[in-house]
Ligand binder design. Structure first.
Ligand code: ATP
Length: 230
């Protein structure tokens, strides 16, 4: 579960500061997808970065499975992120020289020795996830041999490699046409259900919102509306 309590975040802007996120609270339960929407510049990506523990907020708490990430030192926060949070960034950052399977197994090589899986376990996990995202037949292909939708599926599978309880996804459909976008949303809904993740999904694509379990709407960094949908 992820709970954001009264998050405020500002950035320096000349002599003043711009408030990117203004006193926002939300909770996402396991097995649910919460959409975060709002106009450009409304603070969606900033809020996701705070949830990911990549940016420390000016005020507020980030509770991941009841651990307050804002009280951890940088090393502890990195460990928490590695073990409990899967992140799919807006920009795909697949490594050009690696196959689809290696994009996943390389996750296991990063981070502290004690938290790594045995190589055979990592391979087995990668194959389960490649199957879950329907890419088994493409396991040995490199990014340039795959479509945009297939690359996005690998990004999602990779974020799930360490079995996170929280899945954070920024604009997963922005580079895809409507049909491929809808199929990525299908995938995220299914994996959230099967793997019981608490998923936050940033999107400005309103067509997908009715399919989510809840939606929060940001304007100028403030939460203006919370809607339970499904
Ligand atoms: N690193 C930064 N330094 C300074 N200001 C920033 C930084 N990141 C974001 N901002 C500002 O914070 C506000 C919120 O930006 P953010 O990227 O979170 O919005 P967004 O809703 O994700 O926008 P978009 O839909 O265009 O991606 C904006 O005013 C933006 O200019």
């Amino acid at each position: 579960m992820i709970r954001l309590n009264n998050i405020t975040l500002s950035f320096p802007d000349g002599d003043t500061r711009v408030t990117a996120v203004d006193n926002v609270s939300l909770t996402a339960h396991p097995g649910t997808v919460t959409g975060i929407t709002g106009p450009s510049g409304s603070g969606k990506s900033s809020l996701l970065a705070v949830a990911a523990t990549l940016i420390h907020p000016d005020a507020g708490q980030v509770l991941i499975d009841d651990i307050d990430a804002t009280r951890l030192n940088p090393g502890e926060a990195t460990e928490l992120r590695r073990n409990k949070i899967g992140i799919v960034f807006q920009q795909s950052n697949l490594i050009p020289s690696l196959t689809a399977r290696e994009q996943l197994t390389v996750m296991n090589e990063l981070g502290a020795q004690h938290s790594r899986r045995h190589r055979a376990d990592a391979l087995a996990r990668a194959d389960v996830l490649l199957d879950a995202v329907r890419l088994t037949a493409h396991s040995d292909k490199r990014p340039h041999q795959l479509s945009g939708g297939q690359r996005q599926r690998i990004n999602i599978a990779r974020a799930l490699m360490n079995d996170p309880s929280v899945l954070l996804i920024d604009e997963p459909t922005s580079a895809l046409d409507q049909e491929r976008g809808a199929s990525i949303i299908d995938l995220i809904l299914r994996l959230t259900d099967e793997l019981n993740t608490s998923t936050l999904l940033v999107t400005h694509d309103l067509v997908h919102l009715p399919r989510m379990h809840g939606v929060v709407h940001l304007v100028d960094g403030r939460l203006v509306d919370t809607v339970a949908t499904a």
